[in-house]
Design a protein around this ligand. Sequence first.
Ligand code: 4AZ
Length: 274
Amino acid sequence: MVRNAASLLLAGILTAVLTAAVRPAQAVVEVRPVRPAPAAADAHPARPVVGGLEAPQGKFPWTVRLSMGCGGALIEPRVVLTAGHCVDGTAKNDSIQVTAGVADLKARGAVTARSERVIRAEGFIDETRGDDWAVVRLDRPLLLPTLPIAKDPVGAGPYVVMGWGQTREDSIRQEERLHYASVPIVPDEKCAVAYKKAGVTLVDDEQICAGSPQADTCQGDSGGPMVGHGKHGEWVQVGIVSWGLGCARDGYPGVYTQLSTFRPAIKAAVRKLR
Ligand code: 4AZ
């Protein structure tokens, strides 16, 4: 008995020593938090959020960046559609700066405008409970193409998402250049089961789930559009980047506001802003 215990102890010590000897990198990773960016890049090579493609100038001419760190879409020359959780709910709001007309936010062709008024979805509580949309009236019309809202619910996909948000969950910065990716639609039931485990009950007809470990939206992409092709090949907006548990995590797709459900309410809000 005693001898057995002693040999077990010896075996344990040997294993610990050997493990330490063959995995020196482990210790290095553990001390790395001092320099988080390079360590993060090495640690998660399989998490290229938003798929990693830079949008060429002009490809998504209606996508705009809002100064609080969200995206949006120009749906009328003077109206931006964004996520409800990107705004604070005050109607008279002149604190949002809008940058439009460029894929590279620092490019010379950037046009800017300021918010004048905001209408947020009436039922909005927080992004996990649906109703995650808001419309922003600008202080001047922008001479750029506008994005129509789809009438029909999403089909089989895939759809295209975009934004200036983080390209990895553990990134510490937002991007200067617009990135986009194609994301697969995840069925409501499958998504609901996953998020239920995380304590969130999804609202089926208000939310769309999409994404994979290869492509997803991330922090800073909120408010930006999810688009597909209409009957004549034109881009139409089917969703708004809303939230998700982390970014590109296996089993936890991104969650988007389902625009076909809110189209009439958004149209009514836009009329009120005119
Ligand atoms: C965000 O915080 C955010 N992976 C947007 C999308 C997702 C997660 C977070 C989805 O803006």
